[in-house]
Design a protein around this ligand. Sequence first.
Ligand code: ATP
Length: 354
Amino acid sequence: MTALSVRGVDKSFGSVRALDDMSFDVERGSTAALLGPSGCGKTTLLRIIAGFERPDHGSVSVDDELVTASGIWKRPERRSIGYVSQEGALFPHLTVAGNIEFALTRPERRDGTRVAELLALVSLDPSQLTRFPHQLSGGQQQRVALARAMARRPGLMLLDEPFAALDASLRADTRDLMAAALAAEKVTTVLVTHDQEEALSFADHVVVLRDGRVRQSGGPREVYERPVDAWTAAFVGDAVLVPARLQQGRAYTALGVVPFTGGEPDGEGTVLLRPEQLDLTQFTGAVGSEDAIIGDVVAFSYRGHDTLASVTLDDQPEVTVACRIPGNAGWLSTGTRVAIRVLGGAVVVPDGDG
Ligand code: ATP
């Protein structure tokens, strides 16, 4: 069953075309991420789905019911939709209990069980009930905002960059916790984000947006491993894009001969490799290394769990590639001579912007 269907949605603000013929579906019970750079129309789209904004054209259906279309308009409060924004937007003058109760029916408020249930769902301790928003951490505030948004048991939850204002470690924890709470209640969720790691880890369906249009829609692995064009490849992760001569399933590149999948015809093209596919070893000029791809590390960025190194190739000094290696490779520094070995296959992507 389709929980959300967006069809041919256009929206302009003056001369700015925020959404341009936007269409996609989200299956019931699944988690979708709308992933795109700043200004690509993510928030506008979410506001149209929620009913805070009207599109110029197109339709929105929730649980197979048209809620926005030509001549059809269901008011936001009558749509079974929850919304959590970047700031959570808790009422500052109400306690945690007050904020959650605000969304409950009078009998539910009197009974108190639902508040306790919702608090447990977002893993907050009952001792927090009497606190005011300013007495909570950013992550706790977002969890209260989620509890409030879930109070009416919405069929669809919209999350507008709810982790963006949190620091890195809190962001991952809050994200996992909220994902678990939403999964426990089987709520279909649409997350808006410009953070590719967040989209790939949170969602089981990723819709990549650019300039108000859908670039690609698919599972996290699909968009990461088989991006539809070079722009998408570079937006969803670090990308090594190299020119290649394609011949009978093999790509002849500056990084050697690499198999590729996809059945593209023979000819010239561009292939994508991810930096984690480029294995580096310290080059010592060993005998038998005549065929090795050799280069110099020209820059590197240490990230704890891994290091991203830029390597310029001896044979083609105009080519510099990004290689990801474990963070504990203490031998690596600027100027280190390295040999590159390609792991796995490549994919062919259309050049440029696609
Ligand atoms: P961000 O990640 O920076 O929040 P976004 O992808 O959510 O960006 P939107 O906020 O939807 O993008 O904006 C899409 C485009 O529409 C932008 O060019 C923005 O300036 C414009 N826009 C959005 N809302 C309005 C408005 N109310 N009036 C005029 N222009 C608007």
